[in-house]
Design a protein around this ligand. Structure first.
Ligand SMILES: [Zn+2]
Length: 423
């Protein structure tokens, strides 16, 4: 199997939350010579330079500046999301029930709730505290303790296999923390994370303790959490890192938090993050306003998010003529009602990059009697007024705690992204 697929597995294991995703990317980018820009500072951007900027510690835009900037320089952008459906710990984190100490959670995004039962779960995310000088500090954490949301035994729920497993997220989904009814969550977190100061707040999530792995008789599958959408984040990052620079255009990889909850936030794809970064990049080269608008008009945005492969046991869930397969290449996602930003122009461009890379592509379009999902493509296209295509690699078990994708699709997508950046 390709080294890129192997690298994806490690990336997923090291990225249990969006905060870890961005932290890991920042470390990798700096190791590759990228310079960190702060939104609060004045930006100095040099021709041929490599930079990245983060917002709210869970979104990131990285870019390579062209070796020769001109008013004709455009943006070649690949965008994806850093977050995945999860269970998030509430601000009042514990309660007792039937003699058990329970963790109070709420559902983040459209999680396939039944998949979270009978799994070994870990806690990770960020913790904020006040240090000895009174400053607010933040650390990323992953705790080693395994928690569990146990299923009710079939003997106590005889009809479940025929009538379905219904989950009430308030009543059934809180994990058991332990049998110690006196546990003080804040004191426990303070001790376990080793913070020196007063714990103030947290963004803590649960995640699967099981590591990512290959599967299938020929290792043709990847089994992992958060493939949606870390598969896309990793592919775009690999393409950006392997493309040295472009003579005329900016190469950009942009990853946003909060896609799973609608993207409206300080740092979601529906915020001004993308637009302000692009504007400031151009303003670093010229005080004129005009070149930014000129650049946008000739730029392209690839919105990449995983998509639904046809399921062998549920083939009728797909339109009969649009059944993407695993390991058959990138999927072009189209929807007449613009739930995807794809149009004939952006399809034409994407097919050119596939031909150039020698990679086959597939088409996805929903059944007419079924609602269509969406992603960051339409909102970025609308906010920037930029030609956009929605694509993604095919997968099964989307939004399950453990998803499944094709091992070979990953390198194929990277090849197409590289062809885009080199175009
Ligand atoms: Zn997604």
């Amino acid at each position: 199997m390709s080294s890129s697929a192997q690298s994806l597995l490690s990336f997923i294991d090291n990225s249990p939350t969006a905060f870890h995703v961005v932290d890991g990317l920042a470390t990798e980018l700096m190791a590759q010579g990228f310079e960190k820009l702060e939104e609060k500072d004045t930006w100095q951007i040099k021709e041929g330079g490599n930079y990245f900027v983060c917002r709210a510690d869970a979104s990131i835009v990285a870019f390579r500046a062209p070796s020769q900037w001109s008013v004709n320089s455009s943006f070649k952008i690949i965008g994806a999301h850093t977050d995945s459906p999860s269970l998030k710990i509430k601000n009042k984190p514990t309660s007792t029930k039937e003699g058990y100490q329970m963790l109070n959670i709420e559902v983040y995004g459209g999680a396939l709730l039944t998949s979270w039962f009978d799994k070994d779960l870990l806690i990770g995310g960020r913790v904020l505290y006040q240090d000895e000088e009174g400053a607010v500090k933040q650390i990323l954490v992953q705790l080693p303790y395994r928690l569990r949301i146990p299923r009710l035994a079939i003997h106590l729920d005889r009809t479940v296999n025929k009538e379905g497993f219904l989950v009430n997220p308030q009543e059934h989904l809180c994990p058991i923390l332990g049998l110690d009814e006196d546990i003080d969550f804040e004191a426990w977190i303070t001790k376990e994370t080793g913070i020196q100061g007063q714990l103030l707040s947290w963004d803590l999530f649960l995640f699967d303790a099981e590591k990512a792995s290959f599967g299938g008789v020929n290792n043709e599958f990847i089994y992992a959490s958060r493939l949606d959408n870390l598969g896309s984040v990793h592919a775009a990052t690999q393409a950006l890192l392997s493309s040295t620079y472009h003579a005329h255009d900016f190469l950009v990889a942009a990853f946003f938090q909060h896609e799973e909850v609608g993207s409206t936030s300080q740092n979601g794809a529906d915020s001004n993050f993308m637009e302000t970064v692009l504007k400031r990049i151009v303003l670093a080269f010229t005080e004129q306003q005009e070149p930014f608008f000129q650049a946008v008009a000739s730029s392209l945005f690839i919105s990449t998010d995983m998509t639904h492969a046809v399921h062998p046991n549920y083939g009728s869930a797909h339109d009969p003529n649009h059944k993407p397969m695993l390991n058959k290449g990138p999927v072009i996602k189209s929807n007449a009602n613009m739930r995807y930003a794809t149009d004939a122009f952006s399809i034409a461009k994407f097919k050119q990059w596939c031909y150039k890379a020698g990679v086959s592509y597939q088409d996805f379009c929903n059944r007419n009697d079924m609602g269509c999902g969406s992603t960051i493509g339409p909102m970025v296209a609308a906010n920037l007024g930029m030609a956009t295509i929605d694509v993604g690699n095919a997968m099964l078990s989307m939004h399950s705690i453990r998803e499944m994708a094709g091992t070979h699709d990953h390198q194929m997508m990277i090849d197409v992204f590289e062809a885009f950046f080199d175009s």
